[in-house]
Design a protein around this ligand. Structure first.
Ligand code: SAH
Length: 547
């Protein structure tokens, strides 16, 4: 027999992807970037990469933050290089398994991001790597500030410059303003301001906030007209974006007066003038508004997406969690015997989804509803029914329980009181559903089975960022989509922050929610005329445009 004991099987290292996360707005990450994240076993990311992108990663992915703000854990560039190699080796490459290491960097990995150095190190260590370019802040920032970096009539060149010359030891990808010790590196190539001033065209400076006075005066000394338009864009492409425009000779003072800090991009050149016409991002209707959305975790996304697309900065405070009932006996009995009911009534999308999940557990599907009338309280419920193959027969024009009851009575009982005698209704609702609908139907003579198909629970606590924003007075509006969002927010807030809610404007979905708000001493500032999410957005837009 041959002795193989001297042979060691060495796993080849996993591939490292040097991925550009884009400038901030998560929508500006490329498809290739999101695909790399989907197969990441480990993501090593910086301060300027939007952490929202981590939602693409598989559940067992490891996250390592190496940005500059993590004071206790800051890694040197060497440390990051070694970490990449160690992770690639320990994860290793397995047959038929494409799990990789993602090095996620703000903007583009090779634009002032030290991605080149990381690539060199990986290469020397024999670790395979790929590069996924990203949209760099120097292009996206101006675009979101209404400044095209080139224009046929104004410039044919655009130059990217680091404004952070004096501190070449700092990892720029993690730099968000913590200046640290400024250490001159005599070996580093210096920026030739005179040549830049002569070249003119569009100049884009990264990492230049601290050195802005120096940059401007060197350009002017090099022969650039002091009147050249300039702009500084802070937190570009994010809802917190702020832009200051001034002549080159004033830009440093103006940026300082406006309190502009890193990260910011400075752009110098005639193209800055085009902002007057092309400033689309900062002129969105809800731009500059910070809105706190209090909803169930499951349902916040629709409202959040709508508000975000109008330019708002949205924070989410989940105030309701949906849980399964402990006991399904009554639910199962009803679902197995749907044929006994004349009409099944849903008052929330959650109810529809819960019913569907339980039907599937019972081995049933939408055919269980065959021949039954189905009623929905409003469009979201209607849509949820559509998703399981059912088109609701009844939906009131105003989306509240009382109106749904009126509609049902009108259509089943031809409008006569007590005309629902002998009719059987099944209500599949939340444990905290109001009794109004059940009572109105019962009063009209109907036989009503009211089942809590899902339970609601108040989460233990609010996210720390939400408490901090309330405390700092940074929230303009708070949205309430049900009485329980108001009640639960009240219960979840520490005493001293309850009054902070008074200082915000409050948007209510409708009268029942407004009643709850008023009971807590938080009267609704605006109540939506149409009691659903689009109605709330409409009411908010009207209020903001009037202000
Ligand atoms: N690789 C990155 C740049 C890293 S250097 C890229 O391609 O964008 C870090 C500098 O980038 C910051 O100091 C700032 O000048 C700029 N920057 C990055 N993100 C920015 C943002 N959202 N808004 C403004 N400037 C940004």
């Amino acid at each position: 027999m041959t002795d193989n004991s001297h042979i060691r099987i060495i796993k080849p290292p996993a591939t490292v992807f040097l991925v550009g996360a884009g400038p901030g707005d998560a929508g500006l990450a490329t498809t290739a970037a999101t695909e790399a994240l989907q197969k990441a076993a480990c993501v090593i990311y910086d301060a300027l990469a939007n952490p929202v992108l981590l939602k693409y990663c598989p559940p067992d992915c490891e996250y390592i933050y190496v940005g500059k703000q993590a004071a206790a854990h800051t890694l040197s560039q060497d440390g990051i290089n070694r970490l990449l190699v160690d992770k690639a080796r320990s994860i290793g490459q397995k047959a038929m398994d494409a799990r990789c290491v993602v090095r996620l960097k703000g903007g583009d990995p090779y634009v002032f991001g030290r991605g080149g150095e990381e690539g060199e190190f990986l290469r020397q260590a024999g670790v395979p790597f790929r590069t996924i370019p990203g949209i760099t802040a120097g292009l996206a920032g101006p675009a979101y500030a209404g400044i095209p970096v080139t224009h046929r009539e104004l410039t044919s060149t655009v130059t990217f410059v680091t404004g952070h010359e004096r501190d070449r030891t700092e990892s720029p990808a993690g730099a968000t303003g913590a200046a640290g010790a400024v250490t001159a590196d005599p070996a580093a190539p210096r920026v030739n301001y005179k040549a830049l001033a002569q070249l003119g065209g569009t100049l884009v400076f990264y990492m230049g906030v601290k050195n802005l006075p120096d940059i401007a005066s060197q350009l002017i000394a090099g022969g650039m007209p002091a009147s050249t338009p300039a702009a500084v864009i802070h937190k570009a492409t994010l809802p917190q974006q702020r832009t200051v425009v001034a002549a080159l000779c004033d830009i440093a003072a103006q940026a300082k007066a406006a309190g502009i800090t890193a990260p910011a991009i400075t752009i110098v050149g005639e193209v800055v003038k085009l902002r007057a016409e092309l400033n689309w991002f900062e002129s969105q209707p809800l731009f500059g508004q910070t809105i706190l959305v209090t909803r169930t975790r499951q349902q916040a996304s629709g409202l959040t997406a709508g508000l975000t697309s109008l330019g708002a900065n949205v924070l989410e405070a989940p105030t309701i969690e949906i849980t399964q009932p402990d006991d399904f006996t009554a639910t199962d009995a009803a679902l197995k015997n749907l044929a006994e009911f004349d009409c099944v009534v849903f008052t929330s999308a959650n109810g529809v989804e819960a019913a569907w999940r339980r039907l599937r557990v019972l081995g049933l599907d939408c055919r269980a509803f065959a021949g039954r009338q189905v009623a929905a309280i409003g469009p979201a419920t209607h849509e949820a029914l559509g998703n399981i193959g059912i088109v609701a027969d009844l939906m009131p024009e105003e989306f509240v329980g009382e109106k749904l009851a009126e509609l049902i009575i009108a259509s089943f009982g031809k409008g006569y009181a007590s005309s629902l005698a002998g009719r059987k209704f099944l209500l599949l609702r939340a444990d905290i559903a109001r009794p109004a609908l059940r009572e109105a139907l019962a009063q009209a003579g109907a036989q009503v089975t009211d089942i809590a198909i899902y339970n609601t629970r108040r989460p233990a606590s609010l996210p720390a960022e939400v408490l901090a924003a309330l405390e700092a007075g940074n929230i303009n509006w708070i949205t309430f989509t049900s009485a329980s969002t108001a009640d639960n927010l009240y219960e979840m807030l520490p005493e001293q922050l309850r009054s902070a809610v008074k200082n915000c404007k409050r948007l209510s979905i409708g009268p029942i929610t407004s009643q709850s708000l008023a009971a807590h001493g938080w009267p609704a500032t605006v109540e939506a005329a149409q009691h659903d999410i689009p109605g709330m957005i409409q009411a908010l837009l009207a209020a903001v445009s009037k202000a």
